[in-house]
Design a protein around this ligand. Structure first.
Ligand SMILES: Cc1ncc(COP(=O)(O)O)c(C=O)c1O
Length: 386
């Protein structure tokens, strides 16, 4: 690998994770066990939620949560178009319909007006996505959910940690699902967590994550366990493992340090690009704090002679990796064809997507790299000014 290449993301792994992993390998217990339970407890304490249930991805977390909500064939679930397709796909698992809606032009979070327009008697849930880590308008969403008796599953794949009006994300709605995928703000390689204040939802998810076996079945091979178990529902194989917890436990200890690092990079980007007319910078509302999982900028395409792909290629040639978040769900072949979705009903996402580019932002990224990103982006865009 070219050592001068600045990766779009690098997990922040240190000796603590390596030592914890070796300890697990020597322990003889690799799957769900004591470290998974400890990770759930520590995570729960950190978030301030009543219950946390660890699983092997956000996708599994979302699927189990909708199952616990009682989503069935024919139901409708409202999902923003500006997300990773997993947010919509979990609805399809039930033969339910993901009702894909447009986003707010400033934040790219789900639009409150579009939620209101999309509600029908079949609507059973809303999945607001905290795009890039900035919390959605949760007060308004809660109000709508209460008045129509709809459940809310927050997609917080990007939002660890983040706050809304002083409250941590993970404490507010019926359930909140986090992702610990490789590029996320806490990484266990793959992984996810369901946080909820609802005991029934937590219990259902805990049972369904491991074949629908009644509680503590994971102990069955340990001294504390018994060979006997009962299946109470046809569940899934979605459990977390102690190998994943070996990354999660030390990562959780430094989750605030990692957040501070990203916040510092975000402020430097905001300062460094201030007044630069070829970019539109992320807009953060002042009653909430972003996790700064992403730093998505919009290229003001009408002012330059190149398109986004050409700019990304040039950045790559200058040893800078960037990302694109996201191709809107309604533009993906399956969703556009199956649900007959058209760009004209998604004016914000459709006009914003071709401009979007996410700049590197992660702990371990040094000041020189941040300065290099700022100056290179400015130079390249200026070279193509109309
Ligand atoms: C907004 C959003 N939701 C859900 C997911 C799915 O997460 P996982 O890979 O843990 O299933 C992702 C992953 O990139 C995401 O960005």
């Amino acid at each position: 690998m070219n050592k001068d290449y600045l990766l779009f993301h690098r997990p922040f792994i240190s000796e603590e994770e390596i030592d914890e992993m070796v300890d697990t390998l020597r322990s003889g217990w690799l799957s769900m066990g004591p470290k998974t339970i400890k990770f759930e407890e520590e995570f729960n304490k950190y978030i301030g939620s009543q219950k946390s249930v660890a699983v092997n991805s956000w996708t599994a977390a979302g699927h189990l949560t909708l199952e616990a909500f009682g989503i069935e064939k024919g139901d409708e679930v409202i999902v923003p178009t500006m997300t990773f397709p997993a947010t919509a796909e979990i609805v399809c698992y039930f033969g339910a319909k993901p009702v894909i809606v447009d986003v707010d032009k400033d934040t790219l979070n789900i639009s409150i007006e579009e939620i209101e327009r999309a509600i029908t008697p079949k609507t059973k849930a809303i999945i607001p996505v905290h795009y890039g880590g900035q919390p959605c308008d949760l007060d308004e969403i809660q109000e709508i959910a209460k008045s129509y008796n709809i459940k809310v599953l927050e997609d917080a794949a990007h939002a660890l940690p983040a706050t809304y009006k002083g409250k941590k994300i993970g404490t507010i709605s019926d359930a909140t699902c986090f992702s610990f995928y490789a590029t996320k703000t806490l990484s266990t390689g793959e992984g996810g967590m369901i946080c909820t204040n609802n005991q029934e939802i937590a219990e259902r998810c805990a049972i369904m994550r491991l074949h629908g076996i009644n509680r503590d079945a994971w102990k069955r091979y340990s001294e504390a366990g018994s060979w006997y178990y009962e299946v109470v529902a046809p569940g899934y194989k979605y459990n977390f493992t102690d190998l994943q917890a070996s990354l999660g436990l030390p990562q959780l200890k430094k989750v605030d340090i990692m957040w501070e690092w990203r916040k510092k990079i975000a402020s430097r980007y905001l300062e460094g690009f201030k007044g630069f007319d070829l970019l539109t910078l992320p807009y953060i509302k002042n009653d909430r704090e972003s996790s700064w999982h992403l730093f998505p900028v919009r290229i003001n395409l009408e002012m330059i002679t190149k398109n986004r792909a050409q700019i990304i290629d040039e950045l790559k040639n200058h040893n800078i990796g960037v990302g694109v978040h996201f191709m809107p769900v309604h533009q993906h072949l399956y969703y556009s064809e199956t649900f007959n979705l058209d760009d004209k009903n998604y004016p914000v996402a459709s006009t914003t997507f071709p401009r979007l580019m996410s700049l590197p932002i992660y702990p371990g990224m040094n000041d020189n790299s941040v300065e290099k990103v700022i100056s290179t982006v400015i130079d390249i865009l200026n070279q193509h000014r109309r």
